[in-house]
Design a protein. Sequence first.
Length: 322
Amino acid sequence: MRTVGVDLGGTNISTIVLDGDDQVVGEAKLKTPTTGDRGGVVEVIAASVFDALDDAGLERDAVAAIGIGTPGVVVDGTVGGAANVPGFLERFSLAGLVKEKLELPVRVANDVTAAAVGEHQVGAGKGVSDLLCIFVGTGVGGGLILNGAPYEGGQGGAGEFGHLVVRQGGAVCPCGRRGCVEAYAGRRAMVLAAERARAAGTATVLFDVMEEKGKPRPTSGVFKEALARGDTLIADLVDDGIEALGAGIASAVNLLDVDAVVLGGGLADKLGERFRFRVDAAMRPHLFLHPPRVELVEAALGDHAGAIGAGIVAREVAEAST
Ligand SMILES: [Zn+2]
């Protein structure tokens, strides 16, 4: 079966045509609108679907369904609560709008859940029954697979790993609460902490590296370079992030006894194996079960996980409509 998988992000809309489980036969990437309304976003989603079909040399009727991974809380094809996509804060039927436009069955999932499905079906978590996927980038996202199926929770809010509290009354998180994992391990939170430290007179090369590389903000690559240059402020921030991830992952494992934890996302990918080993070491002392059986493994699909997972979940609606 051929499906289309759309990964809607705050910056890009990445779309693939998926043939079978893991053959990507076409792809397209367009910029996510930063202004306007949800109608404009749906227009760009539709354009990306046609671009990916063109790239694959296929017509629209050659695919069975479209899957979309979106930020926000997803319930029955509706999405709400996503502040980084125009018009996605208030709940509406994304599946309905895209279906109207493209006349194909549409399945919508949370973006991180879609990425977890991708890693579970064809990536680092293949063959595992219970899996937690964690993506460390601008924020810290989590996706859960329980008994081999994505677990989205009663109100679509499951898997919010980034907002597990690891320090009561701790640092302010981008979500507005205190002490979440993301308040320490998310890149956006680390950049804010670095800006505050710099304003208070602490030396850091982070912003110089950003300018040298011509980046509008400190990317994961900028963090990697600052660490390589021996920036002690950034090293301390990353250490705090590793401790928070370790405590958070152990807490999640103690609750769910998953078989494996996949660690991915822009920052984790850039900082590589050493980062993962250090998160693993930070996790171990907090694990309840002994000997611990859980494995912390590197994500395998990189940026493609979300779009591939969206293409896979699309099959549910394709099968339902045939
Ligand atoms: Zn939070």
